[in-house]
Design a binder for this molecule. Structure first.
Ligand code: ATR
Length: 288
């Protein structure tokens, strides 16, 4: 990759940022299509967020990704938001539109793309069970409601957070039936039996946080079980679901598609999918 005075800049702000795959993923795509763009990792502490966003704007960046812990707090320093970012109350991609910085959220769309492309699963009219009610669950719930699922059931350790999430869905998507269940509610059995999609959007099962987000009884061939976690690539939950005959997906493809959608938002071009998949696979293998 060559960098010169004409190179257009994008990047990612986060804290910490050492472990991000995004610079390799995006730079591989720029090189592949011969775009004179470069993507930089930018370590920004919470105290420096406002100054960093102003600086990125002043330095003429074309846009940037936003990761933990800035996805929500960055909003107050932006000039506008997409509908998905407003509903998600979180931004993972910012695009410069002339002198304005506009926040987008590509996580939910990345999730839906992976359902369609990698599992041949069309959400419209389906019933989904989401475990978790944090930021990731919110993006998934919004994207499923936007894709016209028939119902959403949310299970979370802290049921008040699940109630807030379902209220948001109810207010914005009145056609979508919503339910909240607590972790030990007996109705989880019928919720599992009655749905076609089960999503783990908690951090249970991540490296360093082993365990199952819910009991796997009733899971079987009629389910697509999606774990947003990609490290490890196969959580205990996915392993058990797989053994029970369910179709399974991990979070790798969501990571890929949210990045591809961001790339397209910045450049206006179709991203080189094969190159980005190859790069992500390489990064995942090297990490394992
Ligand atoms: P993210 O942005 O990745 O969604 P988050 O907003 O911190 O992260 O949300 C983490 C989710 O994992 C929450 O739903 C959390 O449940 P609580 O709302 O009860 O905190 C869930 N979670 C994390 N650790 C958990 C555990 N040990 N058991 C059950 N749920 C857990």
């Amino acid at each position: 990759m060559k960098i010169d005075g004409k190179t257009k800049l994008v990047g990612i702000i986060g804290w910490p940022i050492e472990h991000t795959f995004s610079p390799s993923l995006h730079n591989a795509a720029f090189t592949e299509v011969g775009l004179d763009w470069a993507y930089l990792p930018l370590s920004v502490s919470p105290d420096d967020l406002e100054a960093a966003v102003d600086g990125i704007k002043a330095m003429g960046f074309m846009g940037f990704n936003v990761t933990m812990p800035h996805k929500k707090t960055v909003i107050e320093y932006l000039d506008g938001l997409s509908e998905e970012a407003i509903l998600a109350d979180a931004v993972n991609t910012v695009k410069r539109d002339d002198d304005r910085l506009v926040g987008h959220n590509t996580d939910g769309r990345g999730f839906i793309e992976s359902l369609k492309i990698d599992a041949d699963f069309l959400p419209e009219g389906k019933d989904a069970l989401i475990i978790g009610a944090g930021g990731a669950a919110r993006s998934v719930a919004i994207s499923l409601a936007m894709s016209n699922v028939s119902s959403l059931t949310v299970v979370n350790r802290t049921s008040n957070k699940a109630k807030i999430l379902t209220a948001l869905i109810k207010d914005n998507f009145p056609e979508c039936e919503v339910k909240v269940l607590s972790q030990n509610d007996e109705k989880i059995v019928s919720a599992k039996k009655g749905c076609q999609l089960i999503v783990n959007a908690t951090s249970v099962g991540m490296r360093g946080n082993p365990g199952l987000p819910i009991d796997v009884s009733e899971i079987g061939a009629g389910h697509l079980v999606y774990d947003l976690i990609y490290d490890p690539v196969e959580t205990e939950f996915l392993k058990r679901a797989n053994e029970l005959g369910a179709k399974t997906l991990n979070g790798t493809k969501m990571l890929l598609y949210q990045g591809m959608i961001a790339w397209e938002i910045w450049t206006g071009l179709k991203p080189p999918a094969d190159k980005m998949i190859e790069t992500l696979n390489y990064l995942m293998e090297r990490k394992a």
